[in-house]
Write a protein that binds this ligand. Structure first.
Ligand code: F6P
Length: 375
């Protein structure tokens, strides 16, 4: 009897996910005769009372050309079935019950830390699952890169360089903000690839007095500055510069008073740090016009991009390996990853270890990362 596999894509969307889906369906159907059903909105779709509305049958014919498409055709969600509230509401059982009704034997999916954590919990409850890592943040361990990261770097670097070139023509300071909640990989690589003068990352809190002094020197000498900022960049809470800026700028007051909302995994909804830094720089450098500091938030621009050739190849290799493990070897409870040139399997436990920028200060400084001397 042919096996039935559900496909899900959880967490933030990014380039390369569709290539994974296409390859898993082709390999799983062609080599192992499996049947595939896509489920929209990941665990939220699987938990739905109207499950039928979330189902997308996928066949070798229907996935032709899919690898080239941006984002995920299965849509996504950050629904966490294992919050205390959702556990009390019986959501994990609801999902397992729905999968049973559908006759599903296992799951192939893409996700970041949070979706992989849910996959592990379901695996422990007897639902065979193999995952592939995706996130432009590149923050899952056990793999050199995750789907989406390479595409985001290519486009992000172009966009940041273009912004810097314009800043040079107008003698401005350019602040380009990119995602990266806890990990600064995206800011680091986009910064280096776009020739940034300064890069800020969540792993190195920014002392604003030192930061402003550095920017001021560069601006006086060269009349423009190219700065790339991770959204998760942190400023010491008691930084005196922030207090001055807060007094002088109503925008900064408002932004700082806003407590970030949290998603169901407890992650803060970030974005907007460059708006604060813009005002900090204007005030501290005594600039006449706010337009001397311009901000560009690349945020979601980097998530919905069409995949680069590298991400198509990675998604395809991940899809083949995941299907081989689940359907060819009847094994599950792991993630696929790439290390060097090899596609390998990685335990969920290993995958879930934090992967932040862990290079020595000296190396980071040489690359342009701002490291406060007080760190
Ligand atoms: O996928 C991770 C990420 O890219 C983070 O860097 C960012 O903070 C988050 O997604 C925002 O995602 P959303 O608003 O779609 O939940």
């Amino acid at each position: 009897m042919s096996r039935k596999i559900a496909l899900i894509t959880g967490g933030g969307d990014c380039p390369g996910i569709n290539a994974f889906l296409a390859a898993a369906v082709r390999r799983g159907g062609g080599e192992y005769g499996a049947e595939f059903i896509g489920v929209r909105n990941a665990y939220a779709g699987l938990a739905s009372e109207n499950l039928e509305e979330y189902l997308v049958p996928l066949t070798a014919d229907s996935v032709i050309g899919l690898e080239n498409r941006s984002s995920t055709i299965l849509e996504s969600s950050r629904f966490n079935p294992f919050t205390e509230e959702n556990k009390a509401g019986g959501y994990p059982e609801k999902i397992l019950g729905n999968l049973k009704k559908l006759g599903v034997d296992g799951i192939l999916g893409t996700g970041g830390n949070d979706t992989i954590l849910s996959a592990r919990r379901f695996e422990e409850r007897g639902l065979p699952t193999v995952m592939a890592p995706k996130s432009i943040d590149n923050d899952v361990s056990g793999t050199d890169v995750m789907l989406g990261f390479r595409t985001a770097i290519i486009f992000g670097a172009q966009a940041a360089r273009s912004t810097a070139d314009s800043a040079r023509a107008h003698r401005r300071i350019s602040l380009v903000e990119v995602m990266g909640r806890h990990a600064g990989w995206l800011a680091l690589e986009i910064g280096v690839a776009s020739g940034a003068d300064l890069i800020t990352i969540p792993e190195r809190p920014v002392n604003l007095t030192e930061f402003c002094a550095r920017v001021e020197r560069l601006y006086r000498e060269r009349h423009y500055v190219n700065i790339v900022i991770a959204e998760g960049t942190s400023i010491p809470y008691d930084d005196p510069v922030i207090n001055t800026t807060r007094e002088k700028s109503a925008v900064v007051r408002a932004l700082m008073e806003e407590t970030p909302e949290l998603d169901t995994f407890g992650n803060p909804k970030l974005g907007g740090i460059s708006q604060i830094l813009r005002r900090v720089l204007r005030i501290e450098l005594g600039l006449k016009k706010i337009e001397e500091v311009r901000t560009t938030d690349l945020g979601f621009t980097l998530r919905g991009l069409p995949p680069s050739a590298e991400d198509i190849i990675l998604g395809t290799r991940f899809g083949i390996k995941a299907a081989d493990i689940l359907l060819g070897e009847n094994r599950s409870g792991m993630m696929v990853g790439i290390n060097g040139l090899e596609i390998e399997e990685v335990t969920f436990e290993e995958a879930l270890k934090p992967k932040t920028v862990n290079r020595p200060d000296r190396e980071l400084q040489a690359l342009g990362v701002f490291v406060s001397s007080a760190n």
